[in-house]
Design a protein around this ligand. Structure first.
Ligand SMILES: [Zn+2]
Ligand SMILES: [Zn+2]
Ligand SMILES: [Zn+2]
Ligand SMILES: [Zn+2]
Ligand SMILES: [Zn+2]
Length: 577
């Protein structure tokens, strides 16, 4: 600190001096003390300190500042008059050649004031937060600043103690030497000293050094990390608010503010209005963006063809193309004549999910190459699709074979290696129809038989599912309907290598429009339903590519099991076996 014209300042009356000086902190006062004799006045210093201890800071925060515990014990008897920064002793009789001090009068120094300041900060920081209902009139203080300040105080304390220890040891050594010189027993004096204690081990020394370097004095603006760019209380979540700031009563805050005058005062609980407005704007912008994205995503639904495909998820085929339920018993192909396309259900599911929630991102173009067999690169028509097109099942996603209860239960832990033992339709049916053929039934008779069997099976399947889902309800919290569906889907996956949905040619064309540059992935499984008077119902399915009849279109992970003899159970003749 430099004063341009100390003389004019010096000429001020004492009262004014006192007034001005008490606005300063110990370090500044100490500097000032060295600039002029006027300020290096024991009485003035004492007055300043007393004023600070009772007026500037509340007495309850400063009490004890002049005790050895706080300001340290200095065994030196010498009282330096000129060097105010030097430590002097308190309480006891101080005898000195140069100064005469009355007995029991404490010698106040700015070092003591500095200790007082630290004491005050330590006390203020260790106060509990005021109760919640009083907090509207309170002030925010950064918790990280508090931590830094307490750490710093601790290190200061440590340093002071070490300094004292060193001084004491030095004095002891001095007096020992003195004693030796006097002819006494030198060795005794040495062993007497408790100087062994002051020696730090290498480890302790290291720890100490690290602690010292860790502890920087706390920064000058207490609330630096709580303030927003507008200089007000930064907005944050209540959780992070609890972690980052605490409240203090007015008195405590005033004390800190005096010692750290650069600090921004954060009163009450009002957060920055500008920040709040900014946040609101950002939120709205984000909301708008989301809405826009959603609108973009849902745009395809404006096309009625695409919308139709989107909404019929659980059915899997165009309902408007279904032949009206005729009275003609021989009418078995459910779809009207036309061109259709089959897509993997997994792709349809992904696309619908994306349209609905945006999840998974924009899907790749529709692709049916998954249906091609590896050996011949020919389409494998999954049993569920074939059954549906042949009118054997009224639902596209019908599971075909009635599965034994134990089998489904055994497959519940859906481990990858879990043996799923169920009856393969192709196996059992093949066996059955071979037997029927052998019995001399014509192909059209076989077909009618097949339809009848399928109906029976479906009834049984429903009954079974109703049965089995009960024990599962205990362990899983799924809705019964959902459980039935989950079971059915598991079964569907077991019975089919791949599950497909049916789209009309118009629908797939409309859908493809959203992948303008790639016209379908690599393969489209197209088929036509044409009128054909030679078939049983006057309709025939024509595949765009001849399907592979060699590879197994049922599930890849299929494990062959013993075929249950359902025919016997249903009363077919034993001769068919
Ligand atoms: Zn702000
Ligand atoms: Zn039920
Ligand atoms: Zn037919
Ligand atoms: Zn038919
Ligand atoms: Zn094949």
């Amino acid at each position: 600190m430099s004063l341009k014209s100390p003389l004019s300042l010096v000429s001020f009356p004492r009262e004014l001096h006192l007034n001005i000086l008490t606005y300063l902190r110990a370090t500044d006062l100490s500097s000032l003390q060295q600039t002029s004799r006027c300020f290096n006045n024991r009485d003035l210093i004492a007055e300043v300190i007393v004023h600070c201890a009772h007026v500037v800071y509340p007495s309850d925060l400063t009490v004890g500042f002049d005790t050895p515990i706080v300001s340290g014990e200095v065994t030196s008897v010498a009282v330096a008059v000129k060097k105010g920064t030097k430590k002097t002793n308190g309480e006891q009789t101080v005898t000195s050649a140069s100064t005469v001090i009355t007995i029991a009068q404490k010698v106040y120094t700015y070092e003591m004031l500095r200790n007082m300041e630290m004491l005050v900060v330590a006390r203020v920081l260790s106060r509990p937060e005021p109760p919640v209902h009083e907090r509207t009139s309170c002030f925010y203080v950064s918790k990280s600043w508090c931590r830094a300040a307490l750490r710093w105080l601790e290190v200061q304390e440590e340093e002071r103690k070490e300094q004292e220890e060193r001084r004491r040891a030095a004095n002891e050594a001095k007096s020992a030497i003195f004693a030796t010189l006097k002819g006494g027993k030198g060795g005794r004096g040495k062993s007497n000293g408790s100087s062994g204690k002051k020696k730090l081990s290498r480890k302790e020394q290291k720890q100490r050094d690290r602690r010292m370097s860790d502890s920087m004095p706390p920064w000058s603006n207490i609330n630096d990390d709580l303030v927003c760019e507008h200089g007000s209380l930064k907005q944050c979540s209540s959780k992070s608010a609890r972690a980052r700031r605490r409240v203090m009563d007015k008195q405590a805050w005033k004390v800190l503010k005096k010692l750290y005058p650069d600090s921004v005062q954060l009163e009450g609980s009002a957060v920055c209005l500008m920040c709040a407005a900014d946040a609101e704007t950002a939120k709205k912008a984000e909301c708008d963006k989301k809405e826009e994205e959603k609108a973009d995503r849902k745009k395809p639904l404006s096309c009625p063809l695409v919308r139709g495909f989107y909404t019929r998820g659980s059915k899997g085929y165009p309902l408007n193309c279904v032949v009206p339920a005729g009275l003609d018993a021989t009418l078995c192909c459910p779809l009207m004549p036309g061109v259709y396309c089959a897509l993997p259900r997994s792709w349809c599911f992904r696309w619908r999910k994306y349209i609905k929630t945006g999840e998974g991102g924009f899907p790749p173009p529709p692709d049916g190459s998954e249906v091609l067999c590896e050996a011949h690169d020919l389409p494998l028509i999954p049993p569920h699709l074939e059954s549906f097109l042949m009118g054997e099942t009224s639902l596209l996603f019908a599971v075909h074979s009635a599965t034994r209860v134990e089998n489904i239960i055994a497959s519940i832990p859906v481990g990858a290696g879990a043996a799923t033992s169920s009856n393969s339709r192709s196996n059992s049916d093949a066996a059955t129809f071979q037997a029927l053929r052998a019995a001399g039934l014509s192909e059209s008779e076989l077909h009618v038989q097949r339809v009848a069997m399928a109906r029976l099976e479906e009834d049984m399947r429903r009954a079974h599912i109703h049965h089995i889902h009960q024990p599962r309800e205990d362990s899983e919290s799924m809705a019964p309907q959902q459980q039935d569906r989950t079971l059915a889907n598991e079964q569907l996956d077991r019975e089919n290598r791949i599950v497909l949905e049916i789209l009309t040619d118009d629908e797939i064309t409309a859908l493809e429009g959203y992948w303008p540059r790639c016209h379908f992935g690599t393969y489209a499984l197209r088929f036509a339903i044409v009128e054909d008077s030679s078939s049983c119902c006057g309709m025939e399915v024509q595949w765009g590519t001849a399907p592979c009849r060699e590879c197994d279109p049922s599930s890849r992970s299929m494990t062959k099991v013993v075929v249950r003899n359902r025919l016997q159970k249903r009363g077919y003749t034993a001769g068919l076996r």
